[in-house]
Design a protein around this ligand. Structure first.
Ligand SMILES: Cc1cc2nc3c(=O)[nH]c(=O)nc-3n(C[C@H](O)[C@H](O)[C@H](O)COP(=O)(O)OP(=O)(O)OC[C@H]3O[C@@H](n4cnc5c(N)ncnc54)[C@H](O)[C@@H]3O)c2cc1C
Ligand code: FES
Ligand code: FES
Length: 502
């Protein structure tokens, strides 16, 4: 027998409830659409496959979820989302826009009409993906968005032939046509009914998929199946299947646990549940630390941030993960849970070796804890991502700096951390030692730059050479000094000259 399931995967699609219980839990939403939808083989091939790794956006679909009884719509990459993660949600692909616009003469939605009229498509391969990113924007933005907002929405879509200017034009012009909004109430009613379903549990061949609905249930299953792979947004895990062809074994999906979706402020700390999306988590951190905005903007693309979680970024422990250097310098900690027991670990101590963390058997990341500074604390913070492309690229180096200065500009406290410079995200203790208790001057910064060479022996790889990485890390320290410590433009110019001369 190939499958046993307590109940089928249940989600809203094409105007009605869909139930699936015949597919492997690692079937992607894209495979489902293109290869399996409809028993009569009416496959839905509008959604395209380009890269199958979340990079190109040809597969962009929109997911609807109930949040406080309202339907929240966001774009994701269908190629790396596993089908069971749709349970209790609504799925929209490009064909849905046909239904929405069926009453119009042209049978086109305003975003499609605008793409046509403003020449936003040539070969058309990327077009369904762009249309879905733009549709999520159309539904989410009350008024015509700025160019910068459109750029954020299409940050996960690549076009090889048209060029982006006509697409940006079309994205804005769509708001000039007569409105055509999704009728939401029926979908909300369907999703509400699905909330009462028991937790999803699938068995397929030798693989099990669990999607518990409470924290306690999740913690118990984690202890019962410590070998099971936790799946959050699957923006890392998905690629292990689509690119590496790995068998993942049993899967424990964290995405249905409401307690892990909370963001709150408690005892002077921002507490972010492990299952909060990168979009929400990075926005909240930026509200508290406005200098986080650069990193928020440069982190992946909108669909990846909508699906991926901060907990997943931290637990995955990639040496080039972007959130960790900044969070280490902000002195973040993690609350880890095993059954009913919790313990706290400083994020800086969480990484033991390459892809090895302090997580013990049966344990998982429950909450990310970020101290909020007293308003009286004078501090400087910055994080810089260095990558070949501005949008949607992996860092060669990711730098973060935090320091507190007294009124004489003497460093009272300092933390410097880098990604891409070692096997783990790591603090630069030697450089920090040079700066602690000292007035910051160009000469002192230069000494700290030299000390960085003692802190790190970076790797040579396809992304960057060791020499480049070290040089870039040193330059980032200089940039922090110039941008954040010396603020007047005259001082900046003087310092630049001084630093170039030494
Ligand atoms: C196109 C693309 C662009 C990307 N760009 C960036 C980028 O710019 N910067 C960057 O840093 N990353 C980037 N990533 C990587 C990825 O998006 C992030 O690491 C993301 O935060 C992973 O979160 P997730 O929820 O998708 O994790 P998943 O893929 O679901 O899980 C990742 C790992 O964490 C484990 N895990 C998840 N949650 C927990 C938990 N609560 N407790 C214990 N273990 C857990 C899983 O078992 C798995 O080992 C990119 C990925 C793609 C595909
Ligand atoms: S196929 Fe390229 S992002 Fe999914
Ligand atoms: S229109 Fe050809 S790739 Fe975009």
């Amino acid at each position: 027998m190939s499958k046993v399931s307590v109940r089928p995967i249940t989600f809203y699609f094409r105007g009605q409830k869909q139930q699936i219980d015949t597919l492997s839990p690692t079937t992607t939403v894209l495979q489902y659409l293109r290869e399996y939808v409809g028993s009569d083989k009416t496959r839905q091939t509008g959604t395209k496959e380009g890269c199958a790794e979340g990079d190109c956006g040809a597969c962009t679909v929109v997911i609807g979820e109930l949040v406080n009884d309202q339907l929240q719509l966001h774009s994701v990459n269908a190629c790396i989302q596993f089908l069971p993660t749709l349970d209790g949600k609504a799925l929209f692909s490009v064909e849905d826009l046909q239904t929405l616009s069926s009453s119009t003469e042209a049978h086109l939605h305003p975003v499609q009409q605008a793409m046509l009229e403003y020449h936003g498509s040539q070969c058309g391969f990327c077009t369904p993906g762009f249309i879905m990113s733009l549709w999520s924007m159309y539904e989410n933005e009350a008024e015509m968005p700025s160019r910068a907002t459109v750029t954020d929405y299409i940050s996960g879509n690549l076009c090889r032939c048209t060029g982006y200017r006509p697409i940006l034009d079309a994205a804005q012009k769509a708001f000039d046509y007569p409105k055509m909004m999704l009728e939401r109430q029926n979908i909300i009613d369907e999703l509400k009914q699905m909330q009462d379903l028991p937790p999803l549990q699938l068995s397929y061949l030798h693989q099990q998929f669990f999607a518990p609905k409470t924290l306690r249930e999740f913690a118990t299953l984690r202890q019962q199946y410590p070998q099971a792979r936790i799946v959050a947004g699957s923006t890392d895990v998905g690629l292990w299947v689509t690119k590496l062809g790995r068998e993942l074994g049993d899967l424990l999906y964290i995405g249905q646990v409401p307690e892990l979706k909370n963001i709150k402020v408690q005892a002077g700390r921002l507490e972010i549940g492990a299952n909060v999306s990168l979009s929400d988590a990075l926005s909240k951190i930026t509200e508290i630390y406005p200098d986080f905005a650069d990193l928020q903007r440069r982190f992946a693309s909108m669909p990846i941030k909508n699906a991926g979680t901060l907990g997943g970024n931290i637990a995955n422990g990639s040496p080039i993960g972007d959130s960790m250097p900044a969070l280490i310098t902000l002195d973040a900690a993690l609350r880890l849970r095993c059954g009913e027991q919790t313990r706290e670990v400083n994020l800086a101590d969480f990484y033991l070796d390459y892809q090895k963390t302090a997580l013990q058997t049966g344990e998982f990341v429950e909450t990310i804890l970020i101290p909020i500074r007293e308003p009286s604390t004078a501090f400087k913070f910055a994080s810089y991502k260095i990558s070949k492309r501005f949008e949607q690229d992996i860092s060669a180096v990711c730098a973060a700096f935090y320091c507190e200065l007294d009124k004489n500009n003497v460093v009272q406290s300092i933390r410097i951390a880098f990604g891409g410079m070692a096997a783990i995200p790591k603090r630069a203790f030697n450089a920090e030692k040079v700066l602690l208790g000292q007035s910051l001057t160009p000469e002192r910064i230069e000494q700290a730059q030299v000390a960085l060479a003692k802190d790190y022996q970076p790797l040579n790889d396809g992304r960057a050479s060791a020499a480049y990485r070290l040089q870039v890390a040193q330059n980032c320290l200089q940039r922090f000094y110039i941008e954040k410590i010396k603020q007047s433009s005259v001082a900046r110019l003087d310092d630049l000259i001084a630093l170039v001369e030494v």
